[in-house]
Ligand binder design. Structure first.
Ligand code: DX5
Ligand code: ZN
Length: 222
């Protein structure tokens, strides 16, 4: 499993009226993070499968779909079928996490499991062998531009250790408040995939911001 840091800009901070242009501005990203919110699991509403398909059609970068929705068992397979590289569901929303992981993988995507800042890693350890990515939320899901919660790094460190000792096989992803001031501590804790919304789309030159974040993460990991 690759240890090169991966940067996944979040489209949530892009201009939704110019989505194709905004996708093109981050062509050198590793993954493109697409936040799907249903107004129920989180108090915000973004986009669903039809818009995700339109993004998929114009993106040269593999999509990383983060489903902040209720009933992920029903909706997640559609994102895998349309060709997303990784489809992440929330542990707090799943009634059958292993079943949804199986369906996502069967449709050809990596399966991701996300945990909110208050959800302990212990709650998901039993099901994690069925997943390919673990998304540790470093803000409460729902909105971009929030401040990083450093307390979640304990979960990252523990997951990293389980991966490095062969007890677990997942990419560790972090999402929320990642920028030039916070990415190094996340990298030191053992993150593989860094989601960054406002830090990339709020920059004058998103491509430069991606390169700078990637270099910072690589240096911090040593
Ligand atoms: C929040 C989303 C994040 C968000 C990150 O619920 O899951 O992906 O876009 O935005 P920043 O990087 O601005 O915190
Ligand atoms: Zn997200």
């Amino acid at each position: 499993m690759s240890r090169e840091p991966m940067i996944a800009p979040s489209l949530l901070s892009a201009d939704f009226a110019r989505l194709a242009d905004e996708v093109a501005r981050v062509a050198d990203a590793d993954w493109l993070h697409v936040d799907v919110m249903d107004g129920h699991f989180v108090p915000n509403l973004t986009l669903g499968l039809p818009v995700a398909k339109a993004i998929q059609a114009v993106s040269t970068v593999p999509l990383d779909c983060h489903l902040m929705i209720e009933d992920p068992e029903r909706w997640a397979p559609g994102y895998a079928e349309m060709g997303a590289r990784n489809v992440t569901v929330h542990a707090e929303a799943c009634t059958d996490p292993c079943g949804v992981a199986r369906d996502i993988r069967a449709a050809g995507s990596l399966a991701g499991l996300a945990i909110k800042p208050g959800t302990p890693l212990d709650d998901v350890l039993e099901v994690l062998p069925d997943f390919d990515t673990l998304l540790v939320m470093s803000v409460e899901p729902g909105f971009g531009g929030q401040s990083f919660i450093p307390d979640v790094l304990g979960k990252v460190r523990r997951a990293r250790e389980l991966v490095d000792t062969g007890h677990l096989q997942v990419l560790v992803e972090i999402d929320g408040g990642i920028n030039a001031d916070t990415i190094e501590q996340a990298a030191e804790a053992g993150v593989d995939v860094f989601v960054a919304g406002s830090a990339v789309y709020g920059a004058d030159d998103p491509a430069k911001a991606i390169a700078a974040l990637r270099a910072q993460a690589a240096a911090a990991r040593g």
